[in-house]
Design a protein around this ligand. Sequence first.
Ligand code: APR
Ligand code: ZN
Ligand code: ZN
Length: 390
Amino acid sequence: MATSGKVIRCRAAVAWAAGHPLSIEEVEVAPPKAGEVRIKLVATGICRTDEHLLQGCFPNAEFPVIPGHEGAGIVESIGEGVTSVKPGDKVIPLCHPQCGECSFCLNPESNYCLKSHALVNEIQMFAPPYSFSEPQNLLPDKTTRFTCKGKQIHHYMWVSTFAEYTVVPEYAVAKIDPAAPLDKVCLLGCGFSTGYGAAINTAKVKPGSTCAIFGLGGVGLSVVMGCKAAGASRIIAVDINKDKFAKAKQLGATDCINPRDCQKPIQEVLTEMTGQGVDYSFEAIGLKETMIAALASCNMNTGICVMIGELDAGSKISLDPMLLLTGRTWKGTLVGGWKTRDCMPKLVSSYLEKKFNSDLLITHTLPFAKVNEGFELLRAGKSIRSVLLF
Ligand code: APR
Ligand code: ZN
Ligand code: ZN
């Protein structure tokens, strides 16, 4: 392409500081270095995790930054040594990579690649002497490909999809079917895959089982779809916003409950409704109270609770150990347990074969310049997923 090897000037949504609206700026995007891929984004979803980033909930995430991690696009150019994609390929940038070589990638049971930017943060949190001050919102070689007004701009989760062009490591990009509609399958980059996989891969929901899903945003509703696909016979959807219930029912929920309408704590309500608690519970909100409530809602012997929602970095939860001693299992999931590079093309194929309908999550489609409006809709609880088109 004519732009190959050159700096591209294009629009991006830059967060200059926490707590401020995004500003649409002209940025310079450097060409991909060896092992990297430059992508022309076509569409991107807005996920709650981007909102957490904007509110400054992740101390390791530095500003200024270009957020966004639920995108889809077309390869514009490739760096030296890149073999798995070529210019013109349709791709999904991966907010969790799959290097294919580390011990976790080689283990069929895990999807948490050791090359993940998130893992670097986790090591920093739990194992001093790693420094908190070391920037992590950079590409693996600790540099950025974005500049704006003479300043270096950070990447986010390596993918920064709120930009017309972005640069990602080759192991953080998945080539997908050329027939895929990018304005729809962008949701597979995070929200849909996270929720659907939490049910299918992490909980391994069995046919005939009972499930409870806390939080009916894009992630929680995708859990509902996963539970339905796995053959659960009772799917109880929990949210404080009753406007979410119609969509939950459409996607497979058999019961919808607003904890604010209940006289008792929601875990007691769910236990009474099901006799001994649900077989599988999922937290897709990101609050300590609901994480504990979800855990307490599952059967004390065999229940499995999957944590999906994110708390502010450094948060701690305290719980009564009896909740676990009796036999419950408490698990977490990242991107729904999918090995991202292997599974993203397969998920796209399943989408094209209509094995699930993630389009039902898209409530708003907006031009990229209206990115702040998209966040307002999310904050007001009016959207499930807004997709921005470039
Ligand atoms: N009890 C029940 N539901 C609640 C509560 C509560 N106390 N508080 C909020 N909710 C509901 C909201 O009404 C909303 O419908 O949780 C839902 C959250 O949905 P979104 O904000 O759209 O978030 P989503 O993008 O689905 O992400 C959910 O997963 O990946 C993480 O960071 C993400 O923590 C977030 C979670
Ligand atoms: Zn790996
Ligand atoms: Zn996300």
